[in-house]
Design a protein around this ligand. Structure first.
Ligand SMILES: C[S@@+](CC[C@H](N)C(=O)[O-])C[C@H]1O[C@@H](n2cnc3c(N)ncnc32)[C@H](O)[C@@H]1O
Length: 366
């Protein structure tokens, strides 16, 4: 890949290009970084590239002519021209990934008050590195160049990019090195266990936990897959659905395996939640109702009643703790009335049996 940088201050890039990973990438010909001096394109004998703004006001504005000339000189057929400006689209890892697939970039650094507005007409993309204003576009151009270069094949280990923050909209997992304990702070046992499956699971959980704590906005932006009305969150790095706890979502483990191997489903649409919750509840109530029928109709069953009374209590507790928040009030209170009525019937049946037993005992003892 070739990255051309058009700047008024080429020397600012000296340290950047001669140290660490960027230097290695350049030396190993993974990237060709070309610094171009905007002043070289000035036709003015004083090498002037800026002038005062029309309409008055502070500062100097970069003129069209040297920038147009430079772009026309440097730009090839497949060159993407980028203008660094605080007014551009905010830069992120996804943009870095996209730009790393380009063959040729030309990054234009502004300075002083910025660019003559007409320069926008010859750029493909305007990029900002954040909502703050710097004195020039050189540091933003380094930010782009660095983040793009490390994504190029062979620049850094592929594996170390996999879990980098922002991949799959998650932050990186916590990392530790020697010693095992420092000032009372210990390395988590799982990392010393040698069990790589467990370590992977722990790291994924920690990524999710950390992101929820530090950057909940990223979690909410994660890629969702919608199958019917099911909302699934996909872990694109592993091509699997990860289980995330979302407030107010109804969670369950589907029994049938379909096209996707799904371990957990979270439903987020309120009307659909209530439908599925009712359906699941009906299933549970159905089998409980069968037991109630048996107790009420079977005269020989002596122990069933107290067992079913316990089951009815457990069902009420389950409804209150798990289902109540998904059900409408009318449905819920009707359900509770029905369960109480069933409880009364079973309790009555149990009392009848006790009385019969007592009566029989008395009868026999006479
Ligand atoms: C002082 S700034 C000009 C700011 C301009 N007056 C404005 O408010 O939009 C000079 C140059 O620094 C660069 N620059 C400053 N902040 C930047 C940012 N957050 N992202 C990208 N480039 C920035 C741009 O190239 C810009 O033309």
């Amino acid at each position: 890949m070739k990255i051309n940088i058009l700047t008024l201050f080429p020397n600012m890039f000296d340290g950047f290009l001669t140290e660490s990973i960027i230097k290695r990438a350049v030396d190993n010909k993974k990237v060709d970084i070309n610094i171009k001096n905007l002043r070289d394109y000035s036709k003015n004998k004083h090498k002037q590239v800026d002038d005062t703004p029309y309409g008055g006001g502070a500062g100097m504005v970069l003129m069209c002519e040297p920038v147009f000339d430079a772009v026309e000189d440097i730009k090839k057929k497949n060159t993407k021209v980028i203008m660094m400006t605080p007014q551009g689209k905010q830069y992120d890892q996804k943009m870095a990934e996209k730009l790393s697939k380009e063959k040729d970039l030309l990054i234009i650094c502004g300075h002083y008050e910025g660019f003559d507005e007409r320069i926008s007409s010859i750029v493909d993309e305007e990029i900002s590195i954040g909502d703050y204003v710097l004195t020039g576009g050189e540091i933003p151009a380094m930010v782009l160049t660095d983040s793009i270069t490390r994504l190029l094949p062979g620049v850094i280990e592929e594996e170390s990019k996999d879990n980098d923050s922002f991949t799959d909209n998650l932050l990186d997992y916590p990392t530790y090195t020697k010693p095992r304990e420092y000032r009372g702070m210990k390395v988590p046992d799982v990392l010393l266990s040698g069990d790589h499956k467990k370590i992977d699971e722990w790291r994924k959980e920690e990524q999710i936990k950390k992101t929820k704590e530090k950057r909940p906005d990223l979690i909410n932006n994660r890629k969702r897959k919608t199958i019917g009305k099911y909302s699934l969150i996909e872990d694109t790095s592993k091509k699997q659905i990860v289980n995330l706890n979302m407030d107010n979502a109804y969670k369950f483990s589907p029994k049938k395996k379909g096209v996707f191997d799904v371990n957990k489903v979270m439903i987020v649409e309120p009307t659909f939640i209530s439908k599925v919750a009712k359906k699941n509840l009906q299933k549970k109530l159905g089998s409980l109702l069968n037991q109630v029928q048996i107790v009420l109709n079977d005269e020989t069953d002596d122990e069933g009643a107290s067992y079913v009374l316990g089951e009815l209590d457990r069902m009420k507790a389950l409804i209150i703790s798990l289902y109540a928040k998904y059900l409408d009030q009318e449905y819920l209170s009707l359900l509770m009335i029905k369960l109480d009525a069933l409880k009364n019937e079973v309790a009555l049946k149990e009392m009848e049996k006790i009385e019969t037993v007592n009566y029989n005992k008395k009868g026999r003892s006479r």
